[in-house]
Design a protein. Structure first.
Length: 199
């Protein structure tokens, strides 16, 4: 493969780069934004896809990919934009914050249905054994319920931001192409005139 590394990165190095980019976070942000803005789809489709990915990031792992796909189908979003939005907004660095916020919001909504002491002390053991029935009431139920309002707020925000960015990006590109066409049209008669003079 062209430009392939002579020595492939180890698994540990790939995980490290995923968590902490080689260059900078601003460079990674520029990379993701350009990938999204250059997608060949309507502004609504791209923005809806990003919103679906952001919305789904508030849900626990195992749910968010399904939710993003279903939501894209419902609101006519772009699946590639949803994947990019989910990877950028929901990653190992942000998951603890997103899930913690979802759980706390769910507890506020279900304050009269949850025990006052919160999750059981043997939560780690239950997660290790993947006891879904025991995890549902103290952990998963408040997380899923709390993820909905948070996902809606942030999803709508990123929908508006992405749609505005798409409009600005495409308008600037249209102007650049128009200016390039004008310069080409102006240089063509001049080249023709020089050719006729030479004859």
């Amino acid at each position: 493969m062209l430009f392939r590394r002579r020595e492939p990165d180890s698994l540990v190095e790939r995980v490290r780069v995923y968590l902490w980019p080689r260059r900078s976070f601003s460079r990674s942000l520029q990379y993701f934004s350009k990938r999204i803005l250059r997608l060949k789809s309507t502004p609504h489709s791209v923005a809806a896809g990003v919103a679906a990915g952001v919305f789904a990031s508030f849900f626990p792992v195992g749910f968010h990919f399904i939710i993003a796909g279903v939501l894209c189908w419902v609101i006519a979003g772009n699946l590639v934009a949803a994947a990019l939005g989910a990877v950028f907004f929901g990653n190992p660095l942000t998951f603890p914050l997103l899930w913690g916020a979802s759980w706390e919001t769910g507890k506020l909504i279900l304050h009269d249905k949850l025990p006052a002491h919160g999750p059981p002390e043997h939560l780690g053991e239950m997660m290790h054994k993947l006891s879904f029935a025991k995890l549902w009431h103290p952990v998963l139920e408040p997380m899923l319920i709390g993820a909905v309002p948070l996902g809606l707020v942030f999803g709508l925000f990123f929908y508006g931001l992405t749609r505005w960015g798409m409009s600005v990006f495409r308008e600037r590109r249209r102007k650049r192409l128009a200016e390039r066409a004008d310069r080409h049209a102006q240089s063509a008669p001049a080249a023709g005139g020089l050719g006729s003079t030479a004859r």
